[in-house]
Write a protein of this length. Sequence first.
Length: 591
Amino acid sequence: MTDYIAPLKDMLFNIHALSGLDRVLQLDRYAEFDTELVDQVVEEAGKFATDILSPLNIPGDRARPQVVDKGVIAVPGFAEAYGQFVENGWQSLVVSPEYGGMGMPGVAGAAASETWQAACLSFMLAPMLTSGAIHCIEAHGSESIRNTYLPNMTSGGWTGTMNLTEPQAGSDLSVVTTKAVPEGDHYRITGSKIFITWGDQDFSENIIHLVLARLPDAPEGVRGISLFLVPKFLLNADGSIGERNDVYTPSVEHKLGIHASPTCVMAFGENGGAVGYLVGEENKGLACMFTMMNHARLGVGMQGLGISERAYQLARAFAMDRKQGRAPGVKGSATIIHHPDIRRMLLVMKSQIEAMRTAAYYTAGVEDLWHYSGDDAEREAASTRVALLTPVIKAWLTEVAQELTSLGVQIQGGMGYVEETGAAQHMRDGRILTIYEGTTGIQAMDFVGRKIMADEGKAIRELIVEMRSLDDALAADARLADIRAALSAGTDQLESAVRWLLEQGPVDPNAAGSASVNLLMLAGTVVGGWQMARAGLAIIDGAMPNDAAFSDAKLSTVRFYALHIMPRAHGLAMAAMAGADAVMALDETLF
Ligand SMILES: Cc1cc2nc3c(=O)[nH]c(=O)nc-3n(C[C@H](O)[C@H](O)[C@H](O)COP(=O)(O)OP(=O)(O)OC[C@H]3O[C@@H](n4cnc5c(N)ncnc54)[C@H](O)[C@@H]3O)c2cc1C
């Protein structure tokens, strides 16, 4: 029995009707691709998720990676699955053909990522971080670094990691202390990092660590941080694997979830200094690392979507099977799916999952336009939109995942709470998603500060105008009346909160911080409403002509989202605009 099946119908509906794939396929970069090929790849990715990755999920939760001789041995089954992942070429899916990649459109990568993350979050963290590292090296590495490392990472033969965090430097990376001392054509790195995901394992030939460190004469703060590539194994002159580098994993953390993913302490340079190579310019490392972090932030959003879908599938199966109580029109004991409150909870899950999926795939489509459009204006607009939506996708999808994985437990009652069903694992595994890659608080500060106040609200107002531009089309069909009204109210509420922020932010130093998470969640909720409105319009326009059941179901979830989820926008807007006083008034000693 499998406990997860890729929701291909909704994935493909989103890819075809809502992700902007038609436009993306017109770009020169994708001249060789068509929608059939994208469909085939996504279907194969779904099979890999169900057949190979999903069976690892529960055993992976129960096992623990072992540390032997300052190295990590992965939990049983992961090395074999990784071998198959590499053999199928999955790591190369969206990587540039220049480095041996398939160069598929980003939305194919997003859909594959959703289904793989859903199948086994712990496993997929390794390829996700490798993708981010590839992205960063491609953007900032010298030609020699790109040519030396990218082909082996693209194949999946070598994995990548992200080494930022130190005990005193978590959200605040300005206080990183790991040192880098120049020595000939390389640097010697010394210091210690904590919480490094897949910092070591025994299933790839090499591991390429991207490490933030400081040069001896570096200025203090973020302007003194540089980025280094530190391989686990150094390379011989011919590119073959050589000597062991001075980077080890003395221990891994014991933690709430994602048990199979080793969260490593990393010791650099305990035996004289690990050899590292500069990526980008000296002292500009944080900006380079942001390429990886932004990529990973969208990836973590996909994790939120994936784990929510997995939790939903389990809860739905339980609700169809479990009999309890009486229900109108049902003889004898009724399966709990007949109870309105169970249906409500399942719909809170289903409707938000669909909204998140549409928002995430849409963003993946826009990201392709940003990277590869030949039209300057289109590229510029896409870059602004992706920057605006990145914290929303990261934080809103992962915060909603907390609600949905918790509902997954609630729907299953006591059986949800005990470990044997797997529902509790979804909650535990998903709990990290609002913490790593920048907590929700940090995403929200980025959203209100860099993405709204810095451009005086221009980008978000453009988005609001675009959302409102659907109004005439929504008015044309009575089946969309509820989402039309909800979107109209939601965009007004979002606009009011943005206006409040732009007025209060500059005059009250605590205004933005007090409003930020509510404002971000408001934006996420309304973006979800906008995407559901687009989905409803696509159905009315005949996007699924031969599938009345899917079309009816989609119109139902759109309406549910309008009536049950969109009203949250009002509460979020009120809290966002409540002012800093209520948050700051209580004296510290009274907490
Ligand atoms: C399982 C796991 C895997 C991880 N993987 C990696 C990895 O691969 N690579 C890596 O480098 N790191 C990794 N991390 C580290 C992770 O990114 C950090 O834990 C995270 O950024 C938060 O930092 P912190 O834990 O120091 O919390 P802190 O920064 O101490 O934050 C504590 C609380 O204070 C809030 N806070 C902090 N500063 C502010 C502020 N200015 N304004 C408002 N609120 C604020 C935070 O939102 C949070 O709620 C991982 C962590 C875990 C637990």
